[in-house]
Design a protein. Sequence first.
Length: 499
Amino acid sequence: MDLFDNLLLGLTTALQWQNLLYCLFGVLIGTAIGVLPGIGPIPTVALLLPFTFGLEPASAFIMLAGIFYGAQYGGSTTAILVNVPGETSSVVTCLDGHQMARQGKAGLALAIAALSSFFAGTVATVVIALLALPLAALALQFTAVEYFSLLVLGLIAAVILAHGSVAKALAMVVLGLLLGIVGIDVSSGASRLTFGIPELGDGLDFVPIAMGLFGLGEIMANLDRPRPRQLVSSKVRDLMPRWADLRQAFPAMVRGTAIGSFLGVLPGGGAALPPFTAYAMEKKLARDPSRFGKGAIEGVAGPEAANNAGAQTSFIPLLTLGIPSNALMALMIGALMMHGIQPGPQIMTEQPQLVWGVVASMWVGNLMLLVINLPMIGIWISMLKIPYRLMFPAIVLFCCIGTYGIANSMFNVWLMLGFALVGYFFVKVKAEPAPLLLGLVLGPQLEENFRRAMLLSDGDFTVFLTHPISAVLLAVVAILLLAMLVPAITRKREQALAE
């Protein structure tokens, strides 16, 4: 009965006129940035974080969530029509979606992508609603000991599932943890890594770092690697799939949704893993695998369902445990803190309107996307003709305005510009900055829970092994680290995470 009461509360919140407008704005922005190659949901959310400061928390999160799953829709449009993935999660869609477009089936490919995403989004919303309460109830039993082990697992998972070298990803996490301890220590009052700069006394502000690393840093790198855009067709027809097409695509939708729902929950899960896994499964299950890469409809339906389901179920660890499952969820934790909300299982009881409003808005947003995406395909095609160099100055301007507006401080602007150069450097040396962001966000929580655990156990380190849940979590960490030493597993990891 609690589930239905909570869903009713969520729908009441999501259907308020102002929240409907913010949801519509979020999914439209998400679709637009998904269509435009080189501008992803992470830079966009980082850019818009300061502008949500004056909003109600529920409205802000409904809009930010809409940007995330809306980008999954938009990315498929570019992948199908231009053979350039608008998002990392749309890389696999290029393989068969673009081939369908070249065969004159662009409308069918776009329709199947939209319907698969809607189906997956609907199922994922139900999964979130069903899992949220049991997980939150379990998390309420956690002490500082279990939380410390859970945070360690989240950071190690981020290392293993990050793109590129494990050593680089581990270095990024350590750097993020170091940045997280900058400021005045609350317990001792000692200055840590402030170098006598007064502005660093309260620690490094999360938003300028995120905007610099993901907003400006990634965009600067994109200016270095312009991608030619050549539309297969500027006119798309036959947007209504036939019954035979739906019957062929539906099993792939179901399997993709199941894969995405599971992988999205994993801490550290990347955007590319669910669609790649779904595509590999469809190819293995197909009677004629040679059709894949030549316009197989299952090669569009499965990955599109997986990426949208994964995008939405990645909210489960955030809403129930306060643990970000990927870099964008780390931004969401930063947004919670901006609004004075402490992430963790208590958010389910202290902010039910926010949590269930966001959950219900996901279904509303997916319905909006299905209704507006296909009729507005002409607008999205026109956006593909905008030169990237013309958008860059406007993005820099909005980043500077947003960063300055957080605390009316020029120090934040310089901090953002400094981390933009750092982010650009990371791109050049192929070091993914997402683990750094997770380390920055989780570092203070990790330290706080470690200190509490030590106080409760009188400094006995074995407390992490004597608590059963903590011992299991640390055992999983040890298995993951040992697995990375096996060459065969390392090769499979590189193949699975390759873009």
